[in-house]
Design a protein around this ligand. Structure first.
Ligand code: GLA
Ligand code: ZN
Length: 697
């Protein structure tokens, strides 16, 4: 919740600099009709604002700020540094990046500056500072939007020099670096810092079409960290320039790729943001659970704090091969999906559709027709009215989950740099698969990082915890000893934070906690499977056989009980699922990549044993999420299906916030419809009638 926020903010990217002033006046009329109260401006206006090194021209921006103030629209002010001006590229070529093939880029596109360019850093710092001076007292100013969708890779000489400095501060000595990177392999011992070069396609990268495939894991992993840190330093420079002028400024930047952008460690970034901001562009073929997971991740980045939905399209995209319209009701549905998981703004890219260039066919609130009589505008205006009615009811509401899934960028990078045992292992796919098992059952999940507190959770799941960072195994042990339940999978505990194998037997530092020793790992071809044969009568409560594949760990119990065994191949009979009692809790190991039905059944039983209840029992395609505030619980029901579905709301009559009517018993959730049901938070789940755990397995 932002200072003085009284409702869910509604608006988005607005580019009046592309339009004459008479259009601005019309925009203000249309904004009012649509209930728009926030506009993100100046995001790509650097070239306009600064025609040369010395000159700044902000008069147009003054006019826009004043106009927005006069019309009750608050400003999310871009610093505009995401596309450098052409004159800058010409006079200061260090702002231009070098790609992984060693080619120096020319002026063009956007998101195009080298993060270690002294010129870029200085010019962007000055710009942020100048804007802060100019608008520090402007009443329309609500928050700052630094740059835009940060993220690129650069392999220039400045980056190379900066990499060496970054390494010096991480390792101190070359001896330590040589040890951490295991440079005795393939004759890589370094005797001078200046011998170290960036891992590009001219050095360590092995496949022109693949940025992950490296000949040297340690270097490439540190380059990922360094690159994320370098870009973060650019953000911090602008943020600090703003805060030097406005100490209590609210500063953010928008996260891209729906929140799982691989090159930037958003857990580390989130610490530097006053509020997390997400750009969400689901495509029609994306499973809804993937989007839900990313929203939960955005809430998790700052330990459960609300975040902003900074961008979404009111209708179609323009950058896919084929860009379908959002069907009627879908924009509203996806907006509430964000609110259901912690978003406190609904913002679009863009408010008025450009007349030219790359994004002229991107969805917008105001279309090329230029008036309000369009389907998309009507849908936007209806949502605007609903958000006005909702007021501050949901602001600051919390989501309480008993299940946490661990998500970690270092682990993601390291797994996908790994050469062997399989190229087919994709971290995000694994996370998604585990998340799905809970999503499908409407069990609320928190997405957490490796620094997050574990104590409040009944169940912590860390899929493919390949990298056990310093101290993490001990924290997991303490969590389980105190009664927690921990689940991890094949290919875990293999390396330390430098991607060096923990010797003495896998899963390394997790071995004691899991009570197993993994001797070998088999890799399976696409379509090739093994089976997990349940022993029956075990703590998992499962019987029968499930299919598995991808990787199979050949393991020996060292105190753990075997709950399932492999059904095929020469390791038939070896454990495929183990459970280790450890202190007051238990630690499970899933030794292969099981079919989804296994995960659904396994976690259903585990949740039942731990008293973790679903939010509601609902037909497939209906999503549920809960937020709580001031003694009330708000249950969101979201119908992702294109037809109405019957839902059972139980005996208690409850207020449905969007319609204002009271509801109970059998009800129909319209196609793409949404209910937000209010109930007292202390109402027992039995009484609410919402939660009947369906332990169908
Ligand atoms: C991103 C950018 C916007 C715009 C949209 C289009 O999110 O931040 O400037 O280009 O994509 O989908
Ligand atoms: Zn560079």
């Amino acid at each position: 919740m932002l200072r003085n926020q009284t409702k869910i903010l509604y608006g988005g990217d607005y580019n009046p600099d592309q339009w004459p002033q008479d259009v601005w006046r019309e925009d203000m009329r249309l904004f009012k009709l649509a209930g728009i109260d926030i506009a993100t401006i100046n995001v790509f206006s650097w070239a306009l604002n600064q025609p040369d090194e010395q000159t700044y021209r902000f008069e147009w921006l003054d006019d826009v700020m004043d106009m927005l103030r006069d019309n009750g629209v608050r400003v999310c002010l871009g610093t505009g540094t995401a596309a450098h001006p052409a004159w800058m590229a010409r006079r200061y070529p260090d702002v231009l990046t070098v790609d992984s093939q060693g080619r120096k880029r020319k002026f063009g596109r956007r998101h195009n500056s080298c993060p270690n360019s002294p010129s870029f850093r200085e010019f962007s710092r000055r710009m942020a500072s100048g804007l802060a001076e100019r608008y520090k007292d402007h009443p329309a100013l609500l928050l700052w939007h630094v740059n835009n969708e940060y993220g690129w890779r650069c392999y220039c000489d400045n980056c190379e020099r900066a990499f060496r400095e970054w390494l010096k501060s991480r390792y101190g000595t070359l001896e330590e670096l040589n040890r951490a990177w295991y440079t005795s392999f393939w004759g890589h011992t370094f005797y001078d810092w200046d011998e170290i070069v960036l891992p590009s396609h001219l050095s360590e990268l092995m496949d022109a079409s693949n940025i992950d495939k490296t000949a040297f894991q340690g270097i490439s992993l540190d380059y990922d960290r360094f690159n994320s840190d370098s870009i973060l330093a650019c953000y911090k420079l602008e943020r600090d320039a703003i805060k030097a002028v406005i100490p209590d400024a609210v500063v953010t930047t928008n996260f891209q790729s729906n929140g799982t952008y691989k090159p930037l460690d958003y857990f580390k970034w989130a610490k530097e943001l006053d509020v997390v901001a997400l750009d969400s562009y689901p495509t029609n073929d994306m499973p809804m659970s993937l989007i839900a997971m990313r929203h939960d991740l955005m809430r998790g980045l700052k330990g459960g704090r609300p975040y902003m939905l900074m961008e979404q399209s009111p209708s179609q995209l323009n950058w896919k091969d084929v860009n379908p319209l959002k069907r009627p009701g879908v924009m509203r549905l996806w907006s509430y999906q964000a609110v259901a998981r912690g978003a406190e703004s609904i913002m679009f890219f863009q408010l008025r559709r450009s007349a030219g260039a790359f994004e002229k066919f991107h969805g917008a609130v105001i279309d090329h027709a230029g008036h309000e009589h369009t389907r998309v505008f009507r849908e936007c205006a209806e949502l605007g009215r609903e958000l006005e009615r909702l007021g501050d009811r949901l602001l600051g509401a919390k989501t309480a989950a008993k299940v946490a899934i661990v998500f970690d960028w270092d682990n993601w990078w390291a797994i996908e740099h790994s050469s062997g045992p399989t190229e087919r292992l994709k971290y995000l796919e694994q996370i998604q698969k585990y998340y799905d098992a809970f999503y499908e059952r409407n069990v609320q999940v928190d997405m957490i990082g490796t620094e997050s507190e574990l104590g409040g959770y009944e169940l912590v799941v860390a899929p493919v915890l390949y990298m056990a960072k310093r101290g993490y195994a001990a924290r997991l042990e303490a969590y389980v000893a105190a009664g927690g339940t921990f689940v991890t999978t094949f290919f875990s505990g293999i390396v330390d934070e430098n991607d060096r194998v923990t010797l003495g037997g896998y899963p390394g530092e997790l071995r004691k906690l899991l009570g197993i020793w993994v001797e070998e790992t088999d890799a399976l071809f696409p379509g090739q499977t093994n089976a997990m044969e349940m022993h029956g009568g075990g703590a998992s409560g499962l019987e029968g056989t499930y299919s598995c594949g991808l990787l199979c760990d050949l393991l020996h119990p060292e105190g753990a009980e075997t709950e399932a065994a492999f059904g095929g191949d020469f390791y038939r009979g070896m454990p495929a699922l183990t459970r280790n009692r450890f202190g007051g809790g238990e630690a499970w190991y899933i030794a292969s990549d099981p079919e989804e039905a296994f995960l659904a059944a396994f976690f259903a039983r585990l949740a039942e044993r731990k008293g973790i209840r679903p939010i509601a029992e609902l037909p497939a395609g209906v999503e549920a999420s809960v937020r709580e505030k001031d003694g009330f619980r708000y249950t969101f029901l979201l119908n992702h299906r294109a037809e109405p579905v019957p839902v059972d709301l139980g005996g208690e009559s409850r207020l449905e916030l969007l319609s204002g009517s009271r509801m109970s018993g059998a009800a129909t959730l319209p196609a793409h419809g949404v209910f937000i049901l209010q109930s007292p938070a202390d109402e027992t789940e039995e009484r609410s009638g919402f939660a009947e755990w369906a332990a169908t397995t």
